[in-house]
Design a protein around this ligand. Structure first.
Ligand SMILES: *[C@@H]1O[C@H](CO)[C@@H](O)[C@H](O)[C@H]1NC(C)=O
Ligand SMILES: *[C@@H]1O[C@H](CO)[C@@H](O)[C@H](O)[C@H]1NC(C)=O
Ligand SMILES: *[C@@H]1O[C@H](CO)[C@@H](O)[C@H](O)[C@H]1NC(C)=O
Ligand SMILES: *[C@@H]1O[C@H](CO)[C@@H](O)[C@H](O)[C@H]1NC(C)=O
Ligand SMILES: *[C@@H]1O[C@H](CO)[C@@H](O)[C@H](O)[C@H]1NC(C)=O
Length: 169
């Protein structure tokens, strides 16, 4: 009886500890996109450019006060990597750079050897490509995320949402 109690206490306190660590470390993943048609060979120049790109993005995230940066890596235009990140506006640079750093590991794992990839978290978005993507409209990618919570005042929500051209509160 007594030893069972001790064992369960140990398990629950260690899982509590793990929960705290994972909240600290991992951003909340939403989805990713990598088209699979843009594979590079593992030892290519693109690969080293991509790694240089990601490392300059994570440095930028660590020092960023506005939660956004873009970067380019590579001399040869055919092997050049372009990338950017954008963090949620209410996050400070510690939280932003944590999301970007975790995203960099995650995207390489989810989209191995891809020239073009995007990953979204609740906290940030990270994206790279073999063509310039800064200020370039992208229509091929869209997802709808539903907020399943209830609004407190449905009448006002409908009025403000529809009549003022999408101004939602
Ligand atoms: C991309 O290719 C990998 C490896 O061939 C495969 O496992 C994966 O299912 C593909 N993904 C898509 C979206 O086609
Ligand atoms: C990007 O990579 C794809 C797949 O290898 C290639 O077809 C495309 O031409 C490349 N785009 C640029 C701008 O280099
Ligand atoms: C690829 O890189 C690995 C590790 O750096 C190396 O051992 C291998 O020889 C390289 N292959 C080619 C084809 O360059
Ligand atoms: C950043 O925000 C987190 C969560 O709100 C907070 O715990 C942390 O102290 C903040 N860091 C700085 C440097 O303000
Ligand atoms: C929203 O309201 C409905 C109807 O009152 C209720 O059944 C549902 O549980 C509520 N959902 C949430 C997320 O509060």
């Amino acid at each position: 009886m007594n030893s069972c109690f001790i064992i369960s206490l140990c398990l629950s306190s260690s899982s509590f500890f793990i929960d705290i660590l994972s909240i600290e470390a991992a951003p909340d993943y939403l989805f990713h996109d990598c088209p699979n048609t843009t594979l590079f060979t593992p030892n290519s120049t693109y690969r080293s450019n991509l790694h240089a790109l990601l490392s300059s993005l994570s440095s930028a995230a660590a020092g960023s006060t506005d939660g956004f940066a873009n970067a380019i890596a590579g001399q040869n235009p055919l092997e050049r990597a372009y990338g950017l990140f954008l963090c949620r506006g209410d996050l400070n640079s510690t939280e932003c750079s944590r999301c970007v750093a975790a995203g960099e590991q995650d995207i390489l794992h989810r989209c191995p050897n891809q020239r073009v990839s995007t990953i979204w978290y609740d906290q940030c978005m990270l994206r790279y490509s073999n063509r310039s993507i800064l200020s370039a409209m992208e229509r091929s990618l869209d997802r709808v995320l539903y907020d399943v919570g209830n609004v407190t005042d449905p009448t006002r929500f409908r009025e403000e949402g529809c009549s003022s051209g999408g101004k939602l509160h």
